[in-house]
Structure formats: C-alpha cells, structure tokens
Design a protein around this ligand. Structure first.
Ligand code: HEC
Length: 119
C-alpha cells in the first residue's frame, strides 16, 4: 500500500511537470526570433526610414500630396504638427491608396509618433 501511494505520487509529479506549453515564444525568447516585432527602439534611422521609403515616399515626396515623407525633417515636422492624424490616415477602416500595413508596422508607427518622432 505504501508503494502504491509512492508510485501514484511520482505519477502525478511526472504528469504535472510534463504538461507545459511547447510554444515557440517559450522555447526561443523574442530576441532570438527573427520574426519578432522590435518595439523597443523605434527611431527614424532604425525603422521608420525604411517604412516611409517603402510605403509612402513614392507619392509623398514633394508639395503634393501635402505631407512630405521623403526625409527625416519632413516626416518629423508633419508628425509634430499633426500627431496621430498620420497614423489614423493609414490604419483606418478605409485603406489609404490600398496600403495594408502589418500589425508590427502599425505598432512601430504608433510608438514613433507617440515618442515625438525620434531620429
Ligand atoms: C499612391 C500614392 C500614395 C501613397 C503610396 C501614400 N499616399 Fe498618403 N496621400 C496620397 C494623396 C494623393 C493624398 C491626398 C488625398 C488624401 O488625403 O487622400 C494623401 C494624403 C495623405 C495624408 C493627409 C495629408 C494632409 O495633411 O492633408 C497623410 C497623413 C498621408 N497621406 C499619409 C501617408 C502615409 C503615412 C503613407 C505610407 C504608409 C502614404 N500616405 C502613402 C497619396 C499616397
């Protein structure tokens, strides 16, 4: 009877310790995951230049359309003057010129604007 209790106890412990989520975030912490979204250091140079160049500057590069996003000074001055208007324009229910942004791009854009457009 004593042995039976012991075996049952060992069984329960083994069952509980074997039961954990085998997911990619736990096995490979965010820093080692190439698909992770970096939201810790969102600056123009690190992140937003590529974002604007790829998605916006093809059109927003002169006096029309009104917001010029082809370099840091222009993007920063628009954001400082208009804040979340830029974010809302490209994340709203109606796509702006059929642009679709990833969740990560939206997050980074919001962080960059909230932090007053760091270079
Ligand atoms: C295919 C061309 C095109 C692309 C690409 C484009 N835009 Fe625009 N954008 C326009 C035009 C044209 C307008 C003016 C008409 C309007 O408001 O929709 C405009 C207007 C805007 C405005 C409002 C400007 C104001 O103050 O009146 C913002 C903000 C803006 N775009 C942001 C962006 C951002 C951010 C991106 C990239 C993620 C982007 N646009 C990509 C063509 C484009």
């Amino acid at each position: 009877m004593k042995n039976f209790k012991l075996i049952t106890l060992i069984g329960i412990v083994a069952f509980l310790s074997g039961c954990y989520y085998d997911n990619i975030e736990d096995l490979y912490p965010v820093t080692n995951n190439p698909n992770a979204c970096d939201t810790t250091n969102v600056t123009y140079t690190s992140t937003m230049k590529t974002f604007f160049d790829n998605n916006c500057a093809g059109c927003h590069n002169g006096s029309h359309p009104s917001c010029n996003l082809n370099n840091y000074a222009n993007a920063q001055s628009y954001v400082l003057a208009n804040g979340m208007a830029l974010y809302n324009k490209v994340t709203g229910a109606t796509p702006h010129n059929s642009i679709t942004l990833t969740d990560c791009e939206k997050k980074q854009l919001r962080i960059w604007i909230t932090n007053n457009a760091p270079n």
